[in-house]
Design a protein around this ligand. Structure first.
Ligand code: SAM
Length: 229
């Protein structure tokens, strides 16, 4: 029996139109789609009339699921891995399955597409030539401060993901550790209420203090801009 292929398929980060033709073709052709939340992914798949079996592949069970998924692929099943949004593996499950598939000599194809990192970066107006992605900052305040302090001499544009309910605490930590720097918050990219704020941390805190912070957001800064490099 031939071994199957693992396809890594990027899906939209908001606007359902942001998916490639090839991604739709592959999703229609595989035997199984591994996703995080089957109900969430069903919305996208229904939109493109993709009728394939879905299996959930969560962060909290990734280790065990990766082993069984690798077995399935070795037994000839073609699997597409998607996440709730964007590129699988980027602040989402995927890494263990990809590493496991590589170890087993399974063929992997990647279908590039949306991820929140690059649209946030190019929209930010900050230097795009060199950047670093930090994923989500630690939730615990002490660890978050240690992480921020370690960035004080960073010259690249720093990009990180943040949840709306932790934003104000993180902004306060940035102000405390790095000063009142210029910061960019890119919110709800590609969606109806897309918004990009480019302000000092103190102004950003004021802006968000008086409203309910909704949606998804990316935070960026570049300390060289402050120093006029
Ligand atoms: N795999 C995704 C990717 O490739 O970007 C990231 C998944 S991670 C669990 C979700 C985080 O990505 C959100 O909390 C937010 O920081 C960021 N994000 C995803 N979609 C976004 C959007 N439309 N606008 C702004 N940030 C977004």
């Amino acid at each position: 029996m031939n071994t199957g292929t693992l396809y890594l398929v990027s899906t939209p980060i908001g606007n359902l139109g942001d998916i490639t033709f090839r991604a739709v073709e592959i999703l229609k052709s595989v035997d199984l789609i591994a996703c995080e939340d089957t109900r969430h992914s069903r919305i996208l798949l229904d939109h493109y009339d993709i009728r394939k079996p879905l299996v959930s592949y969560h962060n909290y069970s990734e280790k065990e699921r990766a082993v069984s998924m690798v077995e399935k692929i070795k037994n000839g099943t073609n699997v597409a891995l998607i996440s709730d949004a964007g590129t699988p593996g980027i602040a989402d499950p995927g890494y263990r399955l990809i590493a496991g598939a590589i170890r087993e000599g399974i063929r992997i194809e990647t279908l590039p597409g949306a991820s929140a990192i690059l649209p946030a970066l190019v929209l930010s107006g900050l230097p795009v030539d060199r950047f670093m992605f930090e994923g989500f900052f630690p939730v615990k305040s002490g660890q978050r401060k240690i992480k921020l302090l370690a960035l004080k001499d960073e010259t690249r544009t720093v990009i990180f993901y943040e949840s709306p309910h932790r934003l104000l605490k993180t902004l306060a930590a940035i102000q405390e550790t790095l000063g009142d720097i210029e910061i960019v918050v890119a919110r709800e990219l590609t969606k109806k209420f897309e918004e990009v704020l480019r302000k000092k941390v103190s102004e950003t805190i004021t802006y968000f203090s008086n409203k309910k912070i909704l949606g998804e957001l990316v935070v960026l800064f570049n300390l060289s801009v402050r120093k006029g490099l």
